[in-house]
Design a protein around this ligand. Structure first.
Ligand SMILES: Nc1ncnc2c1ncn2[C@@H]1O[C@H](COP(=O)(O)OP(=O)(O)OP(=O)(O)O)[C@@H](O)[C@H]1O
Length: 402
């Protein structure tokens, strides 16, 4: 059979009922329909993961364990078994998962489909072979693998993925948890944003927060932590922290004090103001650094982490800035103080009671002006005794189909 004939033959296969039984045809059609809907049967996932064999376990995050699997057609997958703490009904879960499975981008870990089995809910992702970014960037013997070109590619790729989630997917998705451990790298070092849309799948975020690892993650925008104002600009803030971590090789949450700087952002900003921003650069970049690109990215990171969310650029603007040759960019104002949603113990006044550096009017911001103003979400503040304890209403946007 010629190539084109065999192509036609394959194309017609599902419709050639010929000698098959009626029931067989129905099964076939059901299978095709299921594929469309991206539903995986539990049996398929059991077979792919060898009954969720512990040897296949990739790890366990706040939402439950993740297993590596292989489908019959050879595709490698990662199956996330959602912990039972999600009170979401099966129907709603399926609706949400169906929507999220339509999110497809080179820089986002694609959700291939989902499965509901009794009370169990599972998500099926494409398998991303490399480690997560934090395991490379913050390990001294591994970070050498991340030369400047790779880091710049990661900065650019994550920006594109976020832009897609915010503006170009079927409805605006605010990630809310951008951090190095949620960036997976494939075998060609292409960065992929993991764990998007979890807020949609865990409506009772309060429960979820309690099950998650406590500790300051250092990525959360101050207005979100302190006042529960959630907008795309909260992701922009976290992205800015990630950019500065990529350049400095330092984890913001475990930043060792440098002079009078309180955190990585503060340190970068102070040096920037003195015209010495390149002092933050990771020594591991010495051989590969392109200084004008690095200086541009430091300025970009500082623009993204400004205290006032309105002053932070949109991800579209970030992508445009990254696509241009280093040139004119706005001057960043003071960075905000990053916080964490996941702190288990409340601390007495710890200096995080204000959105430091916020240049007037930050609070009047994103609710009214942002594209995501429908997010009335508030998180468990928890970073200060003065912070209001408010309920997370999940920040769901109305779904704009199409
Ligand atoms: N699509 C995937 N391909 C390969 N490995 C994955 C995939 N998704 C998750 N993993 C791995 O599974 C482990 C658990 O991931 P998960 O996203 O559930 O939690 P986490 O990122 O470690 O923590 P958190 O829930 O706080 O974000 C991690 O080691 C992660 O690298």
């Amino acid at each position: 059979m010629t190539k084109s004939n065999s192509f036609l033959h394959n194309l017609m296969k599902p419709f050639k009922f010929g000698s098959r039984r009626e029931g067989g045809n129905e099964e076939e059609l059901e299978r095709i329909a299921a594929q469309e809907q991206k539903i995986f049967s539990y049996d398929t996932l059991l077979a792919a993961t060898k009954n969720f064999n512990p040897h296949h376990k990739l790890g366990e995050g706040g939402f439950g364990p993740v297993y590596k699997g292989k489908l019959d057609d050879g595709r490698e997958i990662a199956v996330k078994k959602l912990s039972q703490s999600s009170n979401q009904g099966s129907k709603e879960f399926m609706n949400e998962a169906k929507l999220l499975a339509r999110v497809q981008h080179r820089n986002v870990v694609n959700l291939l489909g989902y499965c509901v089995h009794g009370t169990e809910k599972l998500l099926v992702y494409e398998y991303v072979p490399h480690e997560s970014l934090d395991k490379l960037l913050f390990k001294s013997h591994k970070r050498e693998q991340l030369d400047w070109k790779r880091r710049l590619d990661i900065i650019t790729g994550v920006a594109r993925g976020l832009l897609y989630l915010h503006e170009d997917s079927h409805n605006c998705i605010i990630h809310r948890d951008i951090k190095a451990s949620n960036i997976l790298l494939d075998d060609k070092w292409v960065p992929k944003i993991a764990d998007f849309g979890m807020a949609r799948l865990f409506p009772e975020d309060q429960t979820h927060v309690n099950t998650r690892v406590a500790g300051t993650n250092g990525y959360m925008a101050p207005e979100y932590v302190m006042h529960g104002h959630l907008s795309v600009k909260a992701d922009v803030f976290s992205y800015g922290v990630l950019v500065l971590e990529l350049i400095s090789g330092q984890r913001n949450s475990s930043f060792s004090l440098e002079g009078d700087a309180h955190n990585l952002l503060d340190w970068a900003y102070k040096l920037y103001k003195k015209g010495r921003c390149l002092e933050i650069v990771d020594p591991a970049l010495a051989a590969s650094a392109v200084t004008d690109q690095i200086a541009m990215c430091i300025q970009l990171g500082l623009l993204c982490t400004q205290g006032d969310p309105q002053l932070r650029p949109s991800m579209r603007r970030v992508v445009v800035m990254l696509s241009k040759k280093p040139g004119h960019m706005e001057e960043p104002t003071r960075p905000g103080v990053p916080g964490s949603r996941y702190r288990r113990h409340r601390r007495p006044n710890n200096g995080l009671t204000s959105t430091a550096g916020t240049s007037g009017g930050a609070d009047s911001d994103s609710r009214t002006s942002d594209s995501s103003s429908n997010y009335t979400t508030t998180a468990t503040a928890g970073t200060s005794s003065a912070a209001p304890e408010v309920l997370d209403t999940r920040g769901k946007r109305p779904i704009l189909e199409g």
